[in-house]
Design a protein around this ligand. Structure first.
Ligand code: HEC
Ligand code: HEC
Length: 326
């Protein structure tokens, strides 16, 4: 816990030290990531991130030029889409998993709900080519980018190249996502002694620790970035490439059937609905699950009591008040 706190303060330090090169539209995003790098590489990386931002918002990256990364990861919704399962991709079909926020990705060590991508560069090919997301043919995309004078110039500035490859696009988008870092919430300020919590918020914080929520939702990001079965289902279907089987799909370790990545709870009150399939509309729904609606299945994480976590309605309300300041 001490170590975690130390790391947390380090993070806060960088955030406060960073010269807030805030961008006009989303000035609540701090571009602190690049500030932590050597100054010699900073300028080049900034160019990559700026290019990545252009690509993130460009609908021409999709098969029919109607979908960009932003379509599902909308800045005004904390880079989510506000629905359980999105239908905003090129096919209009409902996706199988809920769209997570892409804020603070620099802290994650595995991507997607099952950690199926090890780094941001490789992750990008997923949404880009998936027939229900952007459905793009990479050869066509590469050709299109090379024909675009503006992109030619920008890629040349960022990478010093004359021929654009998909690998460059992956690097640029990854660099942009690395810059999407955000902090400075009431809880962040409390941890550095710059804000006081109400008695209910303190009660919620204590309950969060006492009820062992914190054993998986650890500081500083309120996640251990590990994978757990939280008893959401009793049956784990093998359909659709085993998407409902969670981490098992990647590791084939049967103890991880139905285990999904612990989501960061930073800004969680702004990113409803919840869970890997967006099944809960609000935070009370999540807490009702933990307090008894969970399925005692063979893969249930040992940290969770099969009987559920004992919480009164008043305690749940206090925990929610705490979650609202994260
Ligand atoms: C049609 C909606 C849609 C579009 C378009 C889309 N995404 Fe996503 N994104 C999702 C969904 C759904 C997931 C979760 C998938 C999973 O875990 O299996 C996701 C996951 C992610 C993650 C992983 C987050 C985490 O917590 O591990 C990142 C990063 C990401 N997307 C970035 C992008 C980028 C960059 C683009 C554009 C190239 C993009 N997305 C386009 C819906 C979308
Ligand atoms: C065993 C580890 C573990 C414990 C203990 C735990 N969580 Fe979770 N939490 C997770 C995982 C994993 C998910 C995602 C589950 C999924 O989607 O399949 C999750 C999801 C959530 C979400 C939804 C977040 C989102 O963005 O979808 C909230 C809110 C939450 N937990 C709060 C709590 C609270 C409050 C407690 C204590 C009462 C708690 N958790 C205890 C692992 C845990």
């Amino acid at each position: 816990m001490r170590y975690d706190l130390a790391v947390f303060f380090l993070v806060i330090f960088f955030v406060l030290e960073a010269d807030s090169t805030s961008n006009k539209e989303y000035n609540w995003l701090r571009f602190n990531y690049l500030e932590t790098e050597k100054s010699s590489t900073k300028a080049v990386n900034r160019k990559k991130a700026e290019l990545g931002k252009m690509l993130f918002f460009d609908k021409n990256l999709s098969a029919d030029s109607t979908v960009s990364c932003e379509t599902c990861h909308q800045p005004n919704l904390y880079f989510t889409d506000g629905v359980s399962l999105s239908t905003l991709g090129v096919s209009g079909k409902k996706l199988k998993r809920h769209t997570p926020s892409v804020i603070n990705m620099a802290f994650h060590n595995g991507f997607f709900w099952d950690g199926g991508a090890k780094n941001l560069e490789s992750l990008i090919l997923g949404p880009l080519t998936d027939e229900d997301e952007m459905g793009m043919n990479l050869k066509v995309l590469e050709a299109n980018l090379n024909e675009d004078l503006n992109y030619q110039k920008k890629f040349n500035l960022a990478f010093g190249i004359d021929t654009i490859r998909i690998a460059h696009l992956q690097k640029a988008l990854a660099a942009y996502m690395g810059t999407l870092q955000m902090s400075g919430t009431k809880f962040d300020q409390f941890l550095i002694g710059e804000s006081e919590l109400t008695s209910t918020e303190i009660k919620g914080f204590n309950l969060f620790v006492d009820k062992k929520c914190i054993s998986c939702h650890q500081l500083p990001m309120m996640s251990d970035f590990s994978y757990h079965n939280t008893g959401l289902d009793s049956v784990y279907s093998e359909a659709f490439e085993r998407l409902a089987m969670g981490r098992f799909r990647i590791t084939r370790d049967s103890s991880l059937i139905g285990a999904f990545k612990t989501p960061s709870l930073k800004f969680v009150s702004n990113t409803a609905p919840y869970m890997h399939d967006g099944r809960f509309e609000n935070l009370m729904g999540v807490l009702n699950h933990y307090s008894g609606d969970l399925y005692d299945n063979p893969y249930l994480d040992r940290k969770l009591d099969p009987q559920g976590i004992n919480m009164s309605t008043e305690e749940k309300k206090a925990i929610i008040e705490f979650l609202q300041i994260l």
